[in-house]
Design a protein around this ligand. Structure first.
Ligand code: TYC
Length: 111
């Protein structure tokens, strides 16, 4: 029981240490999502670098490499995240790009 990694014992309710029940605990990693930037002909390069620094916490050097990858190949990876984090970052990019009237597109796909 205690050596089965899929089960643990814990109190049935907070503060109740008298009753211990087996409980299944998920050990699966969560599904992950790749967030991608797409190229376009209008968004300024330095704006894309700023997005990668501010939304994806890249250094200026990393951000420049990813921006150039997107510019040259059509798309590039910003990072791989849980669904909630990926959704949030895609929405942040859309909001910032729209606020500056740039057509920059950011998408996500299962990794
Ligand atoms: N192609 C754009 C330009 O020449 C730069 C750019 C890079 C745009 C990456 C979008 O996701 C992008 N100004």
């Amino acid at each position: 029981m205690a050596t089965d990694p899929h089960k643990t014992t814990r109190p049935t309710s907070p503060g109740d240490s008298s009753v211990l029940e087996a409980e299944r605990v998920s050990t699966k990693p969560p599904p992950m999502y790749r967030v991608l930037l797409l190229n376009d002909d209008y968004t300024p390069m330095d704006f894309v670098v700023g997005i990668l620094q501010n939304v994806f916490a890249m250094t200026r050097e990393q951000a420049t490499q990813v921006m150039l990858q997107v510019h040259r190949s059509g798309r590039g990876t910003c990072g791989v995240f849980t669904k909630e984090v990926a959704d949030t970052k895609v929405a942040q990019v859309a909001e910032i790009a729209a606020a500056h009237q740039h057509p920059l597109q950011c998408t996500m796909e299962p990794d």
